[in-house]
Design a protein around this ligand. Structure first.
Ligand code: PLP
Length: 378
């Protein structure tokens, strides 16, 4: 009998050790990890420079609260701004980052109407759950936060629904949990223009797509837009809990002392990790290698699965890839786990691959072979 709540359907193994893209379970069986702890360990397990940075901080001071200055927060915020005029607020998770975004949208505009898109995922607390336009996640928790409006993703007709009464919108440039759905550049640019025109704020949820996942520090940087705000979490601490909201200075200044806060947010251990993570990822060579590996992975899968009628689509960007099947993927995930490859789902019929960004070409090949064999024989 477990003393834990029953809100997770857990696999019957426990991972007790990890290095790079490999993890080991309590029975000593090793696995190739294409999950990265759901897009968290972008630098792989036990990445030495991050371990060293956190160990060094561990011996000094862990936590001081936000009543005092924090030069580590300053340093991480400076790196995250990436040469632009963004200000950071630190928290502990993706859901909290999006809560902060929802509050800032309303505070900065004085308006209440917030637009999000079907199949989105923004988190589980009341505000971010309301932003998550998926009925199955909201069921049983109503009434939700008022004045959220849901529109179809990547659909140009939505422009008419965004007007002067709109405070802002929240969206992913690739919907992660919702099925690895990509939007077109044309749509994103049109949305961004419309937001500027009507004085609505655009907040991009980069919790999954950020931190190098798609081959740039943030996925939005590959489009000709500059969002008013964006949120980060998953990969930011490489396994330590940390999230962030970044907003352009003219928006961010609406948060004054007392507007918002978090006891643990920007904790020194989390910041020591994030600082090392951002400086490692945000280098041209590193990001170029992510693009190359992503292209290799998707092209190999497309070539090798071209004649497999079970595969409806293979799509993605960088090292964030979905394989859509004509049937539920959950038995396939179990079979792959038995064959020592860990993968995720996104919705019922999409296999989701989020390997660590430091993965080697040999490891990619190993994963590709396992995937192709398993899908063909499944
Ligand atoms: C995972 C995720 C979240 C929620 O993050 P938590 O840290 O689990 O609260 C929000 N948005 C996106 C796009 C995510 O992938």
């Amino acid at each position: 009998m477990s003393d834990l709540m029953t809100n997770y359907a857990r696999n019957p193994i426990e991972l007790v050790d990890g290095k790079g893209c490999h993890v080991t379970d309590a029975n000593g069986k090793t696995y190739l990890d294409f999950t990265s702890g759901i897009g968290v360990l972008n630098l792989g397990h036990n990445y030495a420079p991050v371990v060293n940075a956190v160990e060094k901080q561990l011996q000094k001071i862990w936590h001081t609260s936000n009543l005092y200055n924090c030069s580590l927060q300053e340093e991480v915020a400076h790196r995250l701004a990436n040469g632009k005029n963004y200000k950071s607020f630190f928290c502990n998770s993706g859901t909290e980052a999006n809560e902060a975004a929802i509050k800032l949208i309303r505070k900065a505009t004085g308006k209440t109407k917030i637009v999000t898109f079907y199949q989105s995922f923004h988190g589980r607390t009341m505000g971010s759950l309301t932003a998550t336009a998926q009925e199955k996640m909201q069921q049983g928790f109503k009434p939700l936060v008022p004045d959220f409006h849901y529109l179809p993703y990547n659909d140009i007709s939505v422009l008419d629904a965004i007007d002067e009464s709109t405070a802002g919108m929240m969206l992913e440039v690739i919907q992660g949990e919702g099925g690895i759905n990509l939007c077109s550049e044309e749509w994103l640019v049109a949305l961004s223009k419309k937001c500027i025109e009507v004085g609505a704020l655009m907040s991009i949820d980069e919790v999954q797509t950020g931190m190098g996942r798609t081959g740039s520090l943030y996925a939005w940087e590959q489009y000709p837009i500059e969002p008013d705000m964006f949120t980060l979490a998953k990969g930011l601490g490489n396994g330590l809990p940390v999230g962030a909201l970044l907003a352009k200075e003219k928006v961010a200044k609406s948060f004054t002392p007392g507007s918002h806060g978090s006891t643990f947010g920007g904790n020194k251990l989390a910041m020591a990790s994030a600082n090392e993570v951002v400086s490692t990822i945000n280098q041209i060579d590193f990001l170029t290698s992510v693009k190359q590996k992503g292209n290799y992975l998707i092209n190999e899968l497309k070539t090798k699965l071209a004649n497999c009628e079970k595969v409806l689509d293979i799509r993605g960007h960088g090292l964030m890839i979905g394989i859509e099947l004509n049937q539920p993927v959950s038995p396939l995930i179990t079979q792959l786990m038995e064959e020592r490859l860990l993968v995720l789902s996104a919705g019922a019929n999409v296999l989701r691959l989020l390997p660590a960004l430091i993965i080697s070409e040999n490891e990619l090949d190993e994963g590709i072979n396992s995937l192709v064999n398993a899908i063909e024989n499944f």
